[in-house]
Design a protein around this ligand. Sequence first.
Ligand code: B12
Length: 473
Amino acid sequence: MNVVTLIAPPICYQKDGQPIVLDATFPPLGLLYLAAAFERENISVSILDVGAKGLTLAETMAVLETDRPLVVGISAMTPVLQGAVQIAEEIKRTFGDAIRIALGGAHISADPRFIERFPCFDFAITGEGELTFPALVKRVLGGEKIQGLHRGEALQNLDDIPFPARHLLDQSDYQDKSAMIATRGCPFNCYFCSRPAVAKRVRHRSPQNIVTEMKSLCDLNGRYFQFQDDTLTVNRTFTLALCEEIVSQGLKVKWTANTRIDLVDEELVASLSRAGCYTLVFGIESGNQRVREQVIGKRFSNEQILKVMGWCRKYAIDVDGFFMIGHPTETEKEVRETVDFMQRSGFNIVGLSIPTPFPGSNLYEIALQAGVVSNDSIDRFARGELGQGYAGVYPVYVPDSMTREGLEDIRRKALRGFYLRPSYILRRLSKDFRSFSLLKRDLAEGLSYLIRGSSQRSPYRRSFSRRTEASGS
Ligand code: B12
């Protein structure tokens, strides 16, 4: 019996109770941090990752029947809202008010009034949860009936919080076991992103604190790490200090990180490489200057991108690029420029998506005005009224001059063109001969591109998993 059970929901449960799950190979870091915060307060806690375990709705309830927690905390980004609501409603049906249900994560932070519209949740916390959630659970333990919306107090000093409570999860469920977060917050305002709703002000852990955690995880994943920060190199001084700490501690590790083209320079790339960084993932968004500068607000040129890629090549860092097509006001000619740039610039892995309006982003407002979403779209999505699942169900933005089918067709062909180029296949196969499982996976993926024109796995995970497999871990 636990006081708290934290749940990572699936995208949704289908009519037969089977879950449609996220394409995730990472452990749910947000819940691991929350669990560590509860453990520090001596509040017993467990984590249930429904997707990782592939549990049906009945099996999910059976776990709760055994655990009999006082409070269930459900974490939800927008794509998994339906799964979150299904679990909450089923808990209410099965256990009544004996279990209090809290909601947290990216969605509620961007759409705080969601709690008013979905009374199956008793209370919700926006923003970071490590301080506020345990404080509220203590009040529940004291007999108080907590309800409504609560603002999560942002952490001031990230070194004050304990490391994620990884021991609570079955590590064999995850391929990318040693995902980490070094910073919180992102100061930028990309029009498609709703992340600032969780954390805008940038804070970082001390390099010593990060390296201590890395040392403790070295045996977990063959010394491979993935920093999941929105923008790891946002503070140059911090980034150089982190690299320096890794090198001076003699830590032989390999890691990947996300950042922006305009936040790296040659000296930084050299330091990142010395410290073990082997892949940088950049949000390029568009190959067209007007779209990138005026629509997205990223003020860097194609020349700058190619220059950064040159530095990365020089210091043996692979570059993955994430692109989108179908930005507001974008023309088909500009879309083609993006596809062309994506295909010929030497990226290692690419992602190509269609802008998706999440609440809290400027894109959501644009999509509202364009009639792509309406005031009740989120609620209808969360109730499964738009269909079951997320991909192909959740609305996407399409500029006036194009159609969704047209864009999806361009996307499919562009990805096929990228991944099925003979030079690319040869390069990948030459790497694959180090690992049978990698070879098997790449062949399956090649087939999937041929038949469906897309991968079955998100580029997010592909860019990391391929290398941990290549290392034989
Ligand atoms: C890892 C990750 C994933 C993994 C999820 C793995 C996993 N098991 O968790 C995968 C790869 C599956 C994934 C997929 C997607 N993702 Co993602 N992902 C992330 C990422 C990079 C890190 C999440 C993380 O660990 N953060 C660190 C922890 C510490 O923060 P946190 O999770 O926010 O948790 C804190 C608070 O939110 C709160 N909290 C969280 N849960 C709860 C629960 C309760 C009860 C309480 C009280 C508090 C609370 O407390 C935590 C500690 O402070 C974030 C960006 C980011 N930096 O957060 C995007 C992010 C969550 N993803 C996002 C998106 C959009 C997607 C995709 C739709 C992308 C796409 N176009 O395909 C897909 C969905 C996929 C699909 N096919 O259906 C958006 C969500 C926006 C939104 N409005 O929901 C984010 C914010 C990125 C962004 N900048 O826009 N993602």
